[in-house]
Design a protein around this ligand. Sequence first.
Ligand code: BJ8
Length: 420
Amino acid sequence: MSYEKMWQELGINLEAHDNLLHVLEGFYENIYLSQKNRPEGMEYFDKVVSCIHGARIQELFKAKKENRLVLGTFCVFVPEEIVWAANGICVGLCAGAEIGFELAEEVLPRNICPLIKAFFGFKLSKVCPFVEICDFVVGETTCDGKKKAYEIFNEYKETYVMHVPQKKDKASFDLWKNEVINFKSEIESRTGNKISQDDLLKAIELINKRREALKRLNSLRKADPPPISGLDVLLINQISFYDDPERFTAKVNELCDELEERIKRKEGVCPPGTPRIIVSGCPMAIPNWKLHYLVETSGAIIVGEESCVGTRNIRNLVEPKGSNVEDLLEDIASRYLKIDCAIFTPNAERIENIKSMIDEFSAHGLINYSLKFCDPYTTEVYKVNKTIDKVPTLNIETDYSQEDIEQLRTRIEAFLEILK
Ligand code: BJ8
């Protein structure tokens, strides 16, 4: 099926876009389709990627024709329940590839985190139909790089910014709750839909179910051998940001049924006793598969991601205790303020969460993964390493380029030697 007409309508640069899809296809074949003994349930997720800018964009296109609001986000702090409650659609925009960096560097400093450079790059080179189809994007005052970059991004795509506090005391909670209330008003005025208690409850249930399915998937990785690779779970987490939540949840649960059968048969994707690794740190947006690929082709298996594209995004559910809209908004605010992003100070709960993951998943090693120039995560590595004494740790600081692949492989192999 050809989607060219739709892409054209969205103002996509067709030639650059063709090249991107071509590179992505080759990448996917090498990294994903070459894996052995994958679960059959991965077929759905393979299909989603093979049609990454096609079928889902078409659904969004149709939704917009029906007057539904579509908005894009770059951070798990944006309370998407509010968008769904107003019959809108929320998509997490990816920024995981070195695309359009020369154009991005015309407006941004060279030494800025690749994730920020990538979201500019995708927009400026007009190769991402997700960005183009969004009515507007929602930014947040998390790290300094993003905060300042949104001011400029607003010149290219309308950007509404939510104020995320940097501490978690009562005053910060009140500020955040107020931001959540303002966001609700913003969404109501843009959609023309007044959000009722029932709408909010339904949206909370929809997103909680997605989180629960991903939690179920993660917990199945506790088995030795794990029934699914870290690469595949990473991909599923990445897809969770833009797929239709109801369909996605059903597909993850189907996959989990299959994985449970595999565990009963003691069938896994690697031999029992394979070194088990937790990766912790910056998010890995699609198609950033570099670290997982290197680790899993060097004789180890990743059993957990302490990341926003991983457990940080699914650990806590919204607990709807409120009996009216305002109280439910407070429940939402409280769930989101539990996120243990490194932009917070202090951020002790993140270190506790890493410790529990190491125990729960019987990990043999921890890799601190930071994107270059990400101050919050690179700086927090010191505290993580000072506290984690149960397993060896390895610090990796990288970007989206392929230049350091061999150097990283050598360091990962040496680390895995220690674990043996
Ligand atoms: S809640 S991790 S998604 S802010 S990697 S842009 S921090 S310089 S992505 Fe994040 Fe929200 Fe936190 Fe999660 Fe800045 Fe670091 Fe770049 Fe980052």
